[in-house]
Design a protein around this ligand. Sequence first.
Ligand code: BGC
Length: 783
Amino acid sequence: MQQQQPKLQVHPWELVEPEFQPQDYNLNATLFALGNGFIGLRGAFEEGYEPEPFADGCYLNGVYASEPITYGESAYGYAKNNQRMLSVPNGKALQIWLDGERFSLAEGTLLDYERRLDMASGLLHRKLRWRSPQGKTLELHSRRLVSLTEKHLYALDFRLIPLDFDAEVRLVSSVDAGLAQAEKSDDPRLASPIDSSDIQLQKTLAEGDSLALIQKVHSSGFTLGTGALHRVECASDCTRRYFVDDCRVSVEYRLAAQRGKPIQLTKYVAHFASRDGSAISTTQLSDYLERCSGKHFEDYAALQRRALDEFWAGSDLELRGNDTLQQGMRFNLFHLFQSLGRGGRTNIAAKGLSGDGYEGHYFWDTEIYILPFFLYTQPQLARGLLEYRHSILDAARSRARELAVKKGALFPWRTIGGEECSAYYPAGTAQFHINADIAYAVRQYCSVTGDTDFLRDKGAEIVIEGARLWLEIGHYNPRRNNQFCINEVTGPDEYTALVDNNFYTNLMARAHLYYACEVYEWLQAQAPQAAAALAQRIGLDADEPAAWRRAADAMYLPQDETLGIYPQDDSFLGKPEWDFENTPADHYPLLLNYHPLVIYRHQVCKQADVILGLFLQSPEFTVEQKRRNFDYYEPRTTHDSTLSACIHSIIANEVGYHEKALSYFQQVARMDLDNLHNNTQHGIHTACMGGTWLCLVQGFAGMRLHGDTLHFNPTIPDGLQGYRFRLQFRESILELDADRESTRYTLVSGAPLTLRHAGESLLLSQPGQSLTAQQANVQEALV
Ligand code: BGC
């Protein structure tokens, strides 16, 4: 993987494409995507771009088609159905005709062009001057936003100026359900084509300035409603015509354009989806849009700005002295905010809402990589992510039964609606660690927020149901001194599958089991009625908590005395090394070039595994242990997963490998902006984006939560002068501002806060108070 020259201009708050880059049209459709947690709109042009017919897409979080998974050779308990995020009708489609010539960047001459995404205002701008093949010069300025205040709405605003001609102009605006789809590929990370017969057009509307389409997705039962409403302003009269066919509705505005006289069009687009049997009607769509169009584009732009001001006030991470990294950091946080489902019924997909890679599935990426950013900046959004897990508990219980687990729940490795969708169980269902990852996140959430209501009402059930699984799939192994062993699992590293005693899994399961005991004791003491109701609901036997503790006490963690490291699992160290020297650069990622069996029988890792365990359970390990394990695993890790580099950066920093820490951070911060994994065209990498925040806050600033106290030990990597960020902890907002010499801690608001800087205790007793502490040597101060 090489560091590349950024193709888009470097700017701390913007993404600028200064001239049209046709070769990157598809990639830029991802980078310029906009979203609001429900709607995700790729950054393709409104008029399309013929050479790249598959670049467009619009997605609704949680909305999917379901299809049976076809196995050549099936077996009992395999996941039965896939759920795949749908691309819903294209509501932004607009064709512009100048007399008989259609505006398209694939033809004519582009005289001037700029596309700009402003992450402070949330607006995507495009400004261009284009000369048609017959010599008419058109100026076009378009703006786009996906409303952060109106869940179902996005708005487009166009200003056209005929610079040197009078002509009949036709604006053909559509809601188009006929999206082109790419062919099936062998890359497991890509989505397969949708069966179009699954989606039936039920109703259309084209009247006045309104368009609407109602569709039914038979396989999953969703009803989809897409509507558009237009406002046209121009100097001349304007007539309308409508076109309706079996996959699109359009309105054509025909007007006599005059040289120099602007034509203004605002298009409001709405998306609704329902699955509860409540129908969506065309009237409902038009009424909604009629109401929305009471506000002008400028009004929505102002609201968008306000929503983002609020977001950035709590979430910005300022990196001084390096705009390249600053741009990457803000870009990543901006996209996370755009991708995250609100309201506790949806989650955040591996590719957000920016592309259909991984079919829109939610993974463990959420809890381990993404949730911390929201937890420490907007905890109510983090809560929603965990509430989503609670909402799929029934499906997780059913899945557990399919795997002969009599009690408790097994969360799906990948899903949208709750059902397990992983067709390849060795790198899917076998990743039982997801249960412990979710419990880990519940614990983090409760410690940081003190939200005992959540723990009582939902958290406890998630943790306890998840913990019961370990007793069912693990056993006391007489050949290992009766230690508690867990066989036939896959850890985070997907280049090693179906092993016994994966260190990460056992370590996290142990923490999970202890936490389940703690939570149940707490529930019994603090909310005895809730404890009794839960016990009854899930059939919890009185002796179960003691069994969890016994298993945790006896948990086997593989160790190798000779090497002084934790073997990744029982078999890892006995495997031959991968021949990195003779692996050509174009054979990465290995998963696209070698059969899984070839990969599995070698000591080669796709991503952080033991190293991740050492980070998540940090206080249990010394710096020396972390260094030895890092020294062993890092050279054996390909980082073929974008989830890897951030964890390596954090541990590298902790053990004093500052150059490596910086180099990994650089990759993480600009993974998508520089398309370092060559697949950003299929969507952003949200876990990696969350990893950028982890690298900075938990890596360079050294933040750890021990008990109820936040510990810091900031270091400044070369190439940065300093950084500043805010954290929300319990009721307080803390700001940390670090440079090479010192760190200033400010209590922005809330209750007094005691924290530790390099081991030294600091008390911020009132809002507005700041304390400055000198930087220390990292390793001396690590607790
Ligand atoms: C990684 C998984 C991750 C998935 C989705 C895979 O490449 O190995 O750990 O959950 O991508 O991001």
